[in-house]
Write a protein that binds this ligand. Structure first.
Ligand SMILES: Cc1ncc(COP(=O)(O)O)c(C=O)c1O
Length: 427
């Protein structure tokens, strides 16, 4: 008798990621309707201003436990605003992690400064020891990204920054609501940024925020996110403050998206709790396979949960496990990230950012790489610059954990892992 083909464990695609999207309901609809009815869509003035952006800033700052928040049009805009507030420019090196998003490098380059890569460790966040090694007399600051939903070793990186007199900017775009031993990410650095683009823990489609505990940095960020000047309580520009005659980045948040974000913020703890619970059920089931390395967590309770990263002894094993899991139906529909080898994770990996590797410019003079002030600054950006990251990327698989997984979905993922790992690794 011919052997029967084995049944695939999962018959229909897993739900798409996009954590906040699954929680959108009548409350967001009511918030948007309120703003439309007011016919006041701009944050500073209108016929019946609801002050949604202002309220979001106050509520987000209170949620984090930080003094100031500036709502922005995107996370990328927020990065530029923060670096402008921090006074970043030519002649400065800014340390950025090997595992990042293209916007981080872009924000540094657009300021005229030079990014310097530092390696990551098994938290998939900056390795504090490597950060220290990459500091030169030109280093002005460190950007730490909390990637794939979980905080890195931010307290150690903060200590390095303090000891060396560097600024620390936390990029929490992928980790809103994350914490380390009860302290929220975004409160460790001199400044922090968030993104509310659709893939993030909460969303209004697009959106961002800059936060800081420092009054001066706040005033500068507020001016820079707008037109470069302060505004009075009626939204009128103030031109006579000599410290706030700056240049604007034009990345204000509108009232519609602010209204949506106020609702999403109230749902953030439930969204992250759902993803975390699903993820840790799966992690627990994987504990019986010692060859599978699980991402080291600075604090599992502060992981927001949107991605499960598993690491294997070598690339070939990771590739086989990934292929076998996909063959078992552990995939989302095509629009999602699905279940990928980390080497397929695009502009999150430093060596995939062609404009960084090739030191690209938008102008003909080669800005900022060819500026006299930047002569001799920076290092290499090609593969091999950060060997720990290279090895982790090659050996790891990234599986999104949607915020709406049912116990049946989780059971399918666990069953597929158990079947595939027993076959590929023995266990
Ligand atoms: C780590 C990181 N930083 C910054 C950003 C930029 O955010 P946005 O897409 O809102 O511009 C993102 C978004 O993907 C991100 O993942």
């Amino acid at each position: 008798m011919k052997p029967q083909p084995q049944e695939q464990i999962r018959k229909k695609p897993l739900p798409l990621e996009f954590p906040g999207i699954h929680y959108i309901d009548e409350q967001e609809l009511e918030a948007v309707t309120r703003v439309i009815r007011s016919r006041s869509l701009f944050r500073y003035y209108g016929v019946d201003l609801q002050k949604e952006a202002e309220s979001f800033e106050a509520e987000f700052a209170a949620f984090l436990g930080v003094k100031h928040a500036v709502a922005a049009g995107s996370g990328t805009g927020a990065l530029s605003v923060a670096l402008s507030a921090l006074g970043v420019g030519p002649g400065q090196e800014i340390i950025v992690p090997a595992y990042l998003w293209v916007s981080v490098a872009a924000a540094v380059v657009n300021q005229g400064a030079i990014p310097v890569l530092a390696d990551i460790d098994d938290t998939f966040g900056l390795d504090p020891a490597d950060v220290e090694r990459r500091i030169t007399k030109h280093t002005a600051g460190i950007i730490m990204t909390h990637m794939s939903g979980a905080p890195g070793d931010v307290a150690a990186v903060q200590s390095v920054a303090r000891a060396k007199g560097l600024f620390l900017l936390e990029d929490c775009a992928q980790c809103a609501g994350g914490s380390v031993h009860g302290r929220k990410v975004g409160t460790f650095g001199d400044m922090a940024i968030f993104s509310f683009q659709m893939n993030k823990n909460i969303t209004a489609g697009e959106g961002g925020c800059v936060v800081t505990g420092d009054d001066r940095l706040f005033a500068r960020a507020f001016a820079c996110h707008d037109l470069g000047y302060a505004r009075d309580d009626n939204g009128r520009l103030i031109f006579d403050d000599p410290d706030l005659r700056l240049w604007g980045r034009g990345t204000r948040l509108d009232e519609l998206r602010a209204a949506v974000l106020r609702v999403q913020l109230r749902k953030l703890p439930a969204i992250t709790a759902a993803m975390r619970a699903s993820k840790y059920r799966i992690r627990q089931a994987l504990a019986r396979f010692p060859q599978v390395q699980l991402r080291r967590m600075a604090d599992p309770a502060g992981d927001t949960g949107p991605f499960l990263i598993t690491t294997y002894p070598d690339h070939e094993t990771a590739r086989r496990v990934n292929g076998a899991l996909r063959a078992e139906g552990i995939v989302t529909s095509d629009q999602g990230v699905s279940n990928i080898l980390m080497t397929e994770w695009g502009l999150h990996l430093y060596y995939n950012i062609a404009s960084l590797v090739k030191r690209s410019s938008v102008d003909r003079s080669g800005f900022p790489w060819t500026l006299e002030a930047n002569h001799g600054l920076g290092g290499e950006y090609g593969k091999g610059t950060c060997p720990a990251a290279d090895s982790l990327f090659e050996r790891s698989i990234l599986l999104p954990i949607p915020s709406c997984l049912t116990p049946e979905d989780e059971a399918d993922i666990i069953a597929a892992f158990e079947k595939v790992l027993s076959a590929c690794l023995g266990g």
